[in-house]
Design a protein around this ligand. Structure first.
Ligand SMILES: [Mg+2]
Length: 380
């Protein structure tokens, strides 16, 4: 000790305590990790709109996936069109289907129009187009009332689906294809078979997520047989078919009420309510704007492997935040008692304010350096 009066030491010590007690790096610990994590995600095609999603993704135990456009390519192609020998020929069925669908922008409709053009079908005069959510479409073609869609649509159009027709449809549905029926003036006259390939990466991604202990559930508006065929191919035990948009939302709510942390992956307008309600909404970048708007995470390539990446990213970011909190606190925890004079009576050691300031700088530098390490982590 020098010759200065005691109050000088008291003042210097008090300043050292104040400096070392300031947890300045604490304010950096979480935002730094999240910021680097969000950047890392973007580089890997995982766009994170809100940081909360990045934190919650780590806790997700249930994943709901939509089928069309999410698990599958969402690029449907017509494989077959046919009549039920009910007063209309194959080519008339084709004419009515393409003429009605010509007013629609639905991917299934576009597939039929493409097919119709290839088959050089004549387009008839059509108006009064109306889409019935989850069922199909209706309108007037050539002065006749026309309905096209699933079995529910036929019920809506008061057209009877015979056992024989249903069996014919099931033959295709069991192969994972979608069958739409055509009714003209309340008579079921034909059908169209539309196929949609499963994305190459879907099966592997679902398997990886299941291996991480996440329950994967497929929800689709498609019928049971089509859904079953896709589920079989992906080894998915859990799926529900014939879902309307509100059913998907209800399913998310039901799981959340049971204490599940639910992520939902989808691409369509029909997925939007469920995407917004889920704990982590994940939209396919290849999907509709409404879905992307409703979701917290967007997978640029629209590939389910992006969900595995998002989960891995969340894991490393959360671990990184914990490390940062350690670095932010350790210098203070060790420094405060020393600065306050704990060791002074025994060893004559006090903390100089300069050393205290240096320790605080180190604390921030450690946090920043540790956050930047995230850049090199493997989330694939
Ligand atoms: Mg979809």
């Amino acid at each position: 000790m020098g010759t200065e009066p005691a109050y000088v030491y008291a003042l210097v010590n008090a300043i050292a305590v104040l400096i070392i007690a300031c947890p300045c790096a604490l304010g950096l610990a979480t935002p730094m990790s999240v910021m680097v994590g969000v950047g890392k995600g973007a580089q890997n095609g995982v766009l994170i709109k809100n940081a909360e999603a990045l934190e919650k993704m780590d806790k997700v135990d249930t994943l709901i996936v939509d089928k069309t456009g999410t698990i599958t390519e969402g690029k449907p192609t017509v494989e077959k069109m046919g009549s039920f020998d009910n007063g209309f020929s194959d080519s008339e069925v084709l004419q009515y289907i393409v003429s009605l669908n010509n007013q629609s922008e639905h991917p299934l409709a576009e597939a039929t129009i493409k097919y119709g053009k290839e088959q050089k079908a004549d387009f008839l005069k059509a108006d009064g187009f109306n889409a019935v959510t989850g069922k199909g479409v209706e309108g007037n073609v050539n002065g006749k009332k026309v309905a096209l869609g699933n079995a529910k649509m036929m019920e809506y159009a008061k057209a009877t689906l015979s056992k024989e027709m249903e069996e014919k449809a099931q033959f295709f549905q069991k192969q994972g294809k979608t069958v739409s029926y055509l009714a003209i003036d309340g008579n079921l006259v034909g059908y169209v078979v539309i196929g949609d390939k499963i994305k190459k990466t879907s099966a592997k991604a679902i398997k990886e997520l299941q291996d991480k202990g996440i329950d994967v559930i497929m929800l689709t508006g498609d019928n049971h047989d089509t859904a079953q065929a896709v589920a079989n191919e992906l080894n998915l035990a859990d799926f529900q078919a014939g879902m309307l948009p509100e059913n998907k939302l209800q399913e998310v709510e039901k799981l959340q009420e049971n204490g599940k942390v639910v992520a939902m992956a989808g691409d369509g307008i029909n997925d939007a309510p469920a995407l917004a309600k889920s704990d982590v909404g994940i939209a396919m970048g290849t999907g509709t704007d409404v879905a992307i708007e409703s979701a917290a995470i967007t997978l640029v390539k629209g590939d389910l492997h992006g969900i595995v990446k998002a989960r891995n990213l969340s894991d490393v970011v959360m671990r990184n935040i914990k490390q940062n909190l350690f670095f932010a606190m350790i210098y203070n925890t060790l420094g405060i008692p020393i600065a306050a004079g704990l060791l002074y009576p025994f060893f004559g050691i006090l903390l100089s304010p300069m050393i205290a300031a240096l320790a605080m700088s180190f604390s921030s530098v450690s946090v920043i350096a540790n956050s930047l390490r995230l850049k090199g982590s493997n989330i694939d």
